[in-house]
Design a protein around this ligand. Structure first.
Ligand code: IDP
Ligand code: MG
Length: 139
């Protein structure tokens, strides 16, 4: 069976727009439980490390400076089939292509400032959760 945890960040645009509450409500309505959460600001070094897989992509510099431009909320979520179901809930990377009712369609400003992150695999969910949280329970 697919894994039970995924990792998310509410990105600087979502925090700046005061959308933490509405987005967390959507996450709960989607059937996810929040099992770890913190509010913090990434340094450029930390943002670069988190997104190291995208180092060769043309938007890497923009992404790193954007993700360190203001505070974020990082959280670990649980649900059966968490990774795939959460990707469905947040919608496409480009909000103009995201389906109606998805978090990115509702809250994202642009393809870079797209409101929210969601892990793309069970393995990355664990790696990303461990990047922010050191004392995770086992789920
Ligand atoms: P994802 O967040 O939907 O998994 P990825 O392709 O993994 O999308 O890209 C990571 C993040 O990089 C995106 O969420 C977005 O913030 C940013 N990004 C992706 N593509 C572009 C682009 O073409 N221009 C600027 N930023 C981008
Ligand atoms: Mg991704």
């Amino acid at each position: 069976m697919a894994g039970k945890i995924t990792f998310t960040m509410l990105k600087p645009d979502a925090v700046e727009a005061n959308n933490i509450g509405p987005i967390l409500a959507k996450i709960n309505e989607g059937g996810f439980r929040i099992v770890a959460m913190k509010y913090l600001r990434l340094s450029p070094e930390q943002a670069g490390q988190f997104y190291a897989v995208h180092k060769e992509r043309p938007f890497y510099g923009e992404l790193v400076s954007y993700m360190s431009s203001g505070p974020i909320v990082a959280a670990v979520l649980t649900k059966d089939n968490a990774v795939a179901d959460f990707r469905k809930l947040i919608g496409a990377t480009d909000p103009t292509k995201a389906e109606e009712g998805t978090i990115r369609k509702m809250f994202a400003k642009s393809i870079a400032a797209n409101a929210i992150h969601g892990s793309d695999s069970d393995e990355n969910a664990q790696i990303e959760a461990n990047f922010f949280f050191s004392q995770l329970e086992r789920f």
